[in-house]
Design a binder for this molecule. Structure first.
Ligand code: CO
Length: 148
């Protein structure tokens, strides 16, 4: 039954994806739980710029339930998140100028919004990982960013 349901959901996702769903602009919501509103993003490699807007609809302050959106190579994200913990909130819990970070928004709390705009011209098509670098969040707050 579980397998059937996953297949069913995968089919819906596929039906709704394809080239038309790939985009250059994304709106992602977060709240007082440890999840992004999406686990999958498909961006077009032909986009001149990609913009990711992040909106925190929760109530908790950034010190307690901060979220950001960080993009890195999948092989790098765990280390970037773990080492970023020591960098503190003033650095959005990322090592300053971390070369493993392809793009990142600032860390926001409930009621706040932010965005980041970046170029993908130097990125090879393929799958990357996006995550939240707030301490302890990366293991559940993560998803696939695919450049197609
Ligand atoms: Co978070």
């Amino acid at each position: 039954m579980r397998r059937y349901i996953s297949t069913f959901i995968a089919c819906i996702a596929l039906a709704g994806s394809g080239p038309a769903m790939a985009a250059c602009e994304f709106d992602i919501e977060v709240n007082d739980t440890l999840q992004f509103s999406t686990k999958q993003m498909q961006a077009e490699a032909s986009c001149e710029k990609i913009t990711v807007s992040l909106r925190h609809t929760g109530n908790l302050p950034v010190e307690a339930m901060g979220h950001n959106w960080v993009l890195s190579e999948t092989a790098d994200y765990q280390a970037a998140a773990m080492e970023g913990m020591n960098a503190g909130l003033e650095n959005d819990y990322l090592v300053p100028a971390d070369e493993r970070v392809i793009a990142a928004t600032k860390m926001i709390g409930g009621g706040d919004s932010t965005s980041v705009t970046f170029s993908v011209a130097e990125l090879a098509p393929g799958k990357y990982t996006f995550f939240c670098s707030f301490p302890g969040h990366w293991s559940s707050m993560q998803g696939v960013f695919e450049l197609i």
